[in-house]
Design a binder for this molecule. Structure first.
Ligand SMILES: *Cc1c(COP(=O)(O)O)cnc(C)c1O
Length: 387
């Protein structure tokens, strides 16, 4: 048997909605009928003042950074245990600097205590990443931000539908950034969204301008002005309405998609608990403040050798099992910023010990049972023998 790591779940309505656009000769560029429907859906479900679809999670992050209006040499604190986009977004704006912070051992999310240590008088913002869709310690982080007047961007690319103390992730900081890349829970191939969590009209208008090539075209389309012009620096961050149509179909099936993911997640968790009790592996920690979204299932070993052994065994029997982030600070680009090995020991250590298992909506029962029957065999061996 071959078990793939991820597969997008297709509801069947994606093609119907796209066909409607073509049959009706509707707008296929950005901000057409389906984009408006998606904006409405997201604003209502997550109670956000303003949502804008973007071409990716990466673009959503880049928009959020631009919205901060920072100056050269200003600093933003971010974790190193994340995808490159989190930090690229900072460095894409001329002169901005990143300060990497350490993670916490339990959730693998940014450590509020290390944020405090990394703050200088140049610090203006913090990007938090809700790793695996599990919430960061938001009360602590928001309190630090409030005390020092810092802005918060939530990289919620993996955290669609997740919560912190009953609040949806992406709605707590100043901006929430989401991804609908095909590896995420809800997908449209390549896509994303930015949540603007203030009622500041200026902020929202600026976001629209950045998203529309630096023009006030969005206002023009709403007939608020009678011509549009170049008013600021911007890019093209709005997706085709064809992708929005695909996305709407996905969003309308969100409860079903989530239910299917949780079936796999809970099966893995129950079957692996005994190995956690014996100390063979550690399973993801979900703090009591967090409601996760079954985005990822990872296990932690106590050494890189053991992780690599299990990863190799799994691949031999046709199961995709992957490690995750190579820490950004110790990557070539991170080193070019002056970071070195051992700068963030826990981040580096966790990166070597983590293994992710296949999880997606539509992963068949016989497939996830195959994952566990093999994995338990290998873990039992690991428990009895030295590798
Ligand atoms: C996926 C992801 C991104 C980037 O999203 P894209 O839509 O692929 O640009 C950013 N940050 C994190 C944490 C991600 O998991």
């Amino acid at each position: 048997m071959r078990v793939k790591f991820f597969k997008p779940y297709i509801t069947g309505n994606e093609i119907k909605y796209i066909k409607k656009i073509i049959d009706n000769n509707s707008v296929i560029s950005g901000d057409g009928e389906y984009t408006k429907k998606v904006h409405k859906f997201l604003q209502k479900r997550y109670k956000v003042s303003k949502v804008l679809l973007t071409t990716s999670g990466t673009t959503a992050l880049e928009m959020a950074i631009r919205l901060l209006n920072l100056k050269p040499d200003d600093e933003i604190i971010a974790p190193s245990f994340t995808f490159s986009s989190t930090v690229n977004a900072i460095l894409m704006v001329h002169g901005l600097r990143v300060k990497f912070a350490e993670i916490q051992g339990g959730t693998l999310n940014i450590d509020p205590e290390d944020i405090k240590r990394k703050i200088t008088n140049k610090t203006k913002a913090i990007i938090v990443v809700h790793y695996a869709g599990v919430a960061c310690d938001m009360d602590k982080i928001m309190n630090i931000a409030k005390a020092r007047g810092l802005k918060i961007i939530e990289d919620a690319a993996q955290a669609f539908e997740s919560q912190y103390k009953g609040k949806y992730l992406g709605t707590i900081g100043n901006y929430g950034c989401f991804s609908f890349h095909e590896t995420k829970n809800i997908v449209c191939g390549e896509g994303g969204a930015i949540f603007i969590n203030s009622n500041n009209k200026k902020d929202f208008e600026k976001a629209e301008i950045i998203r529309e090539k630096g023009t006030n075209r969005s206002k023009f389309f709403r007939r608020e002005i009678n011509k549009y012009e170049w008013v600021d620096i911007g890019s093209s961050c709005l997706p085709s309405d064809i992708l929005a149509a695909f996305l709407l179909a996905q969003l309308e099936s969100i409860d079903k998609i989530q239910k299917l993911r949780f079936q796999v997640y809970n099966y893995y968790r129950n079957k692996l608990l005994s190995f956690q009790r014996k100390g063979v592996v550690k399973l993801p920690l979900i703090p009591s403040y967090a409601k996760h979204n079954a985005h990822m299932f990872y296990i932690l070993f106590d050494s890189e050798t053991k992780r690599d052994y299990i990863m190799g065994q799994m691949r031999k029997v046709g199961i995709d099992a992957f490690f995750h982030y190579i820490p950004l600070h110790s990557s070539p680009q991170g080193r070019s910023l002056g970071y070195k090995k051992n700068d963030l020991p826990l981040t580096e250590n966790v990166s070597k010990r983590l293994l992710r298992l296949p999880i997606y909506a539509g992963l068949k029962k016989k497939e996830y049972e195959y994952v566990i029957s093999n994995l338990t065999k290998f873990l039992t061996y690991l428990d009895k023998n030295n590798v």
